[in-house]
Design a protein around this ligand. Sequence first.
Ligand code: GAL
Length: 383
Amino acid sequence: MKKFLALILALVMALSLVACGSESSGGSTAESAGGEGGGQKIGISMPTQSLERWNRDGSYLDEQFKSAGYETILTYSDNDTNRQVSDIQNMIADGVDLLVVAAIDGEALNTVMNEAGEAGIPVIAYDRLIMNDNVSYYVSFDNYTVGTLQGQYVVDTLDLDNAAGPFNIEFTAGDPADNNAGYFFQGAVDVLQPYIDSGKLNVVSGQTDFDTVATAAWDSQTAMERAQNVLASYYADGTQVDVWLCSNDSTALGVAQAIESDYAGFNQPIITGQDGDEANLKNLVDGKQSMTVYKAVANEAVVTLDLAIAILEGTTVDEAFIEAAGWGFDCAYDTESYATSEGHNCPSLLLVPDVVTTDNMVEKLVDTGYYTQDADGYLHPAN
Ligand code: GAL
């Protein structure tokens, strides 16, 4: 049965890749297959196909909702906010009953969120918060914890509490338009700041300000170019860089590339990441990246589906709802941490991210069925 489902999922993914070509929106509308959905329609708006994780999210969500009997419209908006607005407007015009939106820019969807509100369509902000009070719920991983895990990994690996140091560190953060990016960065900085203050960690470039180290659209090339500039300006004399704290895998990929091509030193710096993208898991095996914070997006899709059903059926969503769901993984109900506007908190369902290194890669990713492993040690998404 599992194999059959995996085959169906693979077919759906293959078909949607053919249909999408280069990020065409419009997606696929599947007829209801019966079950809970009863013909209700779900609009799923994903930011881009250029970053691996969103392809997985889109597929999982689409597949989950379809197998629960809902019709779906799935779009990817090529990291173009205007396009995401029109994709969502089309879904509203199409009469969707609920929207699941991973925003490209959390501040730029006001008009269309108001339109959804006027049409009485509930909105689940998926993974990234949208700054509009029409958002009903937020489903994500604990974003701040992603950053603290990265920071703590550095503390533990360098044994900062005991080692003499000092160690040199640089930072690469995410997209300022993405509400998550600040949380990731702050989580890491909060863990590392005491060591920076004591002089055990030394930011040679002096670049610690979020806007300075941020990476528009989480783009690998952009991250690589900034890293090359930093290396040329501050490390060309052979100064050793010990750590490059990267907020996610796409930026880590760019930084690893810059280290390979433009670094004068001989050591391999610690490079952090997030997402468990295939290329980065390869870099883990090859020793070019040290860790990634893994987020089981399949579970994020499960939470989103059950939440959507609850919203559509008018079931109360609270801690008891989460306990009763019996998901088999941790998810917190949090009404304090995220606000869509000043004083307007957004009830959030937050899953727990996990550190993956070469030491636990097989246990966390292969044994759980998310990835398969080749004889050469490289991992590939299982479906
Ligand atoms: C964040 C997301 C991360 C990462 C990043 C780049 O919003 O939470 O998992 O994928 O975007 O797309």
